[in-house]
Design a protein around this ligand. Structure first.
Ligand SMILES: Nc1ncnc2c1ncn2[C@@H]1O[C@H](COP(=O)(O)OP(=O)(O)O)[C@@H](O)[C@H]1O
Ligand SMILES: [Mg+2]
Length: 310
């Protein structure tokens, strides 16, 4: 493994008990159903780059993101951060690693505590690490100005008093305040209107270069992936089926799922690099890709075997 790899996984698996298996099913003696949300994922994330993780709803993107930042424990497999095995890290070591690995959650409304003031939401991760009073306030004010939030007018407001774009900036500030190296951005702009989406994406690009960040950008919008990412990983039913440079994947997609995704955006290969706007592409192409489970399996293998070199 080269020194430019920040995170690496080996045969990562996460199995959940299916959400709809409850007490009734148990009483009826039905066997529990399991979901392999992440199914044997071995990847390397390159330091300082943006890797887009693209796939349709339910393909396992959020679960993989949560595993990488230690918010979720794998069922099996291993995770390395700078070559250190963090799979079962605990206690103080875990707290120190968490500061370096952050996540911006999909829905800024439900991920921000509605009862708390903005400055307390943003400062909480530092407060948990023992920072207080003036030092804490200064850190909050500094990070708020970096993400384009006015401290004097917003610090004591609650999330419901902010716009969608401002709330997402709060979530970004909260992730940044511990000075992380790696941030998972889970659909960071999917809840925003077109112009706000472009502003937040540009802010993320700006913060990345200023803070030397590595992003894993989860999106189902291939236009966002094109605008933001150096590398793309395509996830399908818990597996990474295709991985490579964004420009190559967009030009020569190998997996039928990736091909369908790209075909659904007519302008995707136009050269100009504008922030994407408008509605994101709906991914209702599942049936086109999967003829039968058997076909889907052989297609995965085909795509993985021919995956682009990084
Ligand atoms: N905590 C959980 N308990 C049970 N099943 C879950 C849980 N989290 C995710 N899943 C299931 O795992 C699969 C992948 O989910 P998720 O990672 O959220 O996908 P995505 O982010 O790509 O939409 C889905 O079938 C989902 O229902
Ligand atoms: Mg998700």
């Amino acid at each position: 493994m080269g020194s430019d790899v920040i995170i690496r996984t080996e045969h990562l698996v996460k199995v959940f008990l299916a959400k709809n298996y409850g007490i009734i099913n148990k009483i009826l003696g039905e066997k529990p159903l399991f979901v392999r949300a992440v199914d044997d994922v071995s990847i390397e994330i390159i330091n300082g780059k943006t890797t887009a993780l693209v796939g349709e709803s339910g393909s396992g993107k959020t679960t993989l993101g949560r595993l990488l930042v230690t918010l979720e424990r794998p069922t099996s497999g291993r995770i390395y951060f700078h070559n250190i095995d963090i799979t079962n890290i605990k206690g103080k070591d875990l707290r120190n690693i968490r500061a370096k690995l952050q996540m911006v959650f999909q829905d800024p409304y439900s991920s921000l505590n509605p009862m708390m003031r903005i400055k307390d939401i943003i400062g909480e991760p530092l407060r948990n690490r023992g920072v207080r009073d003036r030092e804490l306030n200064e850190a909050v004010a500094k990070i708020m100005s970096e993400v384009g939030l006015d401290y004097s007018s917003l610090a004591t407001r609650r999330p419901s008093e902010l716009s969608g774009g401002q709330r997402q900036r709060v979530a970004i500030a909260r992730a940044l305040i511990t000075n992380p190296e790696f941030i998972v951005l889970d659909e960071p702009t999917s809840a925003l209107d077109a112009s706000t989406q472009a502003q937040v994406l540009n802010l993320l690009i700006d913060l990345q270069s200023r803070h030397n960040l590595t992003y894993l950008l989860i999106t189902h919008n291939i236009a966002v992936a094109k605008y933001m990412s150096d590398l793309v990983m395509i996830m399908y039913m818990g597996k990474i089926v295709e991985i490579g440079n964004t420009s190559i994947i967009l030009k020569e997609p190998l997996h039928p799922y990736t091909q369908a995704l790209i075909e659904s955006v007519p302008d995707i290969n136009k050269p100009e690099l504008k922030p994407p706007s408008g509605e994101s592409v709906a991914l209702l192409i599942h049936q086109r890709v999967v003829g039968s489970t058997q076909d889907a399996h052989s297609e995965w293998i085909y795509a993985v075997k021919r995956s682009h070199p990084l």
